[in-house]
Design a protein around this ligand. Structure first.
Ligand SMILES: [Fe+2]
Length: 385
């Protein structure tokens, strides 16, 4: 979908004119609305065509037919829906092997795993930071900094180099975004630093050294595993201080912003940021009930600089028919995105959405892995027809 333009060096959104050299200009030709996303001329379909995650140069095109009104797509750009809970080998063959990647590029690897019992070994990722999203399950995550009790709806952000180990009390399914860069929190711009969530709601672990041994520690570096054996428990931190640690944030502590009279871009729902990618959280919220001319569904768009991945966690998925919790959709840059015809119809009477979904937008193109391809629904792309 769309995201704020991002400075990946300082991990803050920026609004410089990276892709907008010179003086900003705007032209207007033919039949258009005056205010984007409001009072679209009868019978027309508004498309947002935009650079740089909708923060660069943009035009709105008013079309006589929806840009997703295809009758055939032959090639790689077909929108995909993946039944990732059906991936073969989830949680099997040890922790690292049991994380099954379904989409990847040079910045992120997106995978899923299923944890049914306590991990026998501790692990450390030397390749990247990790954002884990708990789709189902509960239990304890032990870390160098102390333990955290987790539950469904939690994000657990584990920096590169931290030792950890899961002990589920209930079978746990995790969506994992491994980022080959540092994960941070995006700037909230004009909303101010306490919007969406106050950083005080992020939980961090209290040290709780563990005993016993010997234990093995499996370190992943360049995709290969090195196993280190200790005669003691490697979780032996008795105190820590600093600003590099594990974060826990539950969806219920995120307070989404909305406007009664204007459909906000998904960048308003950004939760985590990393090099060339952002993770957004779509949460239950009121729709645009204050103006009958305001759009309630995501507008048709061509977000030409980003690929879009959505993981559907819970609730009813407003803009996509036939999508169930635990499924993933993948829409590549180069093919239009937009709501299903049924969603446009349903929006007319809907006043609230109760969807909970996690979106990952990437600046560089993602590739489906072989495992990802194996759980792709054959005809998802036909669902707009
Ligand atoms: Fe999109």
């Amino acid at each position: 979908m769309f995201i704020q333009s991002l400075c990946f060096l300082c991990l803050r959104p920026f609004r410089t004119l990276e892709t907008t050299p010179g003086v900003p200009m705007q032209f207007r030709k033919g039949l258009t609305s005056v205010q984007a996303h409001v009072d679209v001329p009868e019978g027309l379909f508004e498309e947002e065509y935009a650079r740089n995650g909708f923060f660069g140069r943009t035009s709105h095109l008013y079309r006589s037919q929806p840009p997703v009104g295809w009758t055939d797509i032959d090639g790689d750009l077909r929108p995909e829906a993946l039944r990732v809970l059906d991936l073969a080998g989830l949680g099997e063959g040890g922790y690292w092997k049991g994380r099954v990647a379904f989409l990847e590029n040079e910045d992120v690897v997106i995978s899923l795993t299923m944890l049914r019992e306590a991990m026998p070994a501790y692990v450390r990722n030397a390749d990247g930071d990790e954002v884990h999203f708990v789709h189902k399950g509960a239990g304890e995550l032990e870390t160098d900094f102390g333990p955290l009790n987790y539950e469904a709806g939690d994000y657990l952000v584990i920096p590169r180099g931290t030792v950890y180990r899961y002990t589920p009390s209930d079978t746990t399914s995790l969506l994992i975004v491994e980022a080959f860069s540092e994960v941070g929190i995006p700037d909230r711009g004009m909303l101010g630093r306490h919007a969406l969530f106050d950083t005080d709601v992020i939980k961090t672990p209290d040290p709780a050294p563990r005993e016993g041994g010997p234990f093995q520690l499996e370190i992943k570096r360049l995709g290969r595993i090195t196993t280190v054996t200790y005669p003691f428990n490697p979780i032996n931190t008795v105190g820590w201080k600093g600003d590099l640690t594990v974060w826990q944030l539950n969806l219920r502590d995120i307070r989404p912003v909305m406007s009664e009279r204007y459909h906000l871009p998904p960048s308003a729902h950004s939760t985590w940021i990393m090099r060339n990618a952002v993770i957004c959280s779509f949460l239950p919220r009121s729709l645009e009930n204050g103006d009958p001319g305001a759009m309630k569904v995501p507008f048709f768009h061509s977000n030409i600089d980003f690929d879009e991945v959505l993981f559907y966690h819970d609730g009813e998925f407003f803009s996509r028919a036939g999508i169930e919790p635990g499924m993933v959709t993948f829409h590549a840059q180069g093919i239009h995105h937009g709501p299903h015809p049924k969603a446009i119809e349903a929006a007319k009477t809907k006043t609230f959405t109760n969807e909970k979904a996690v979106m990952i937008d990437t600046r560089n193109p993602l590739q489906l892995t072989e495992a990802g391809r194996s759980v792709a629904m054959a005809d998802y792309w036909k669902s707009w027809m």
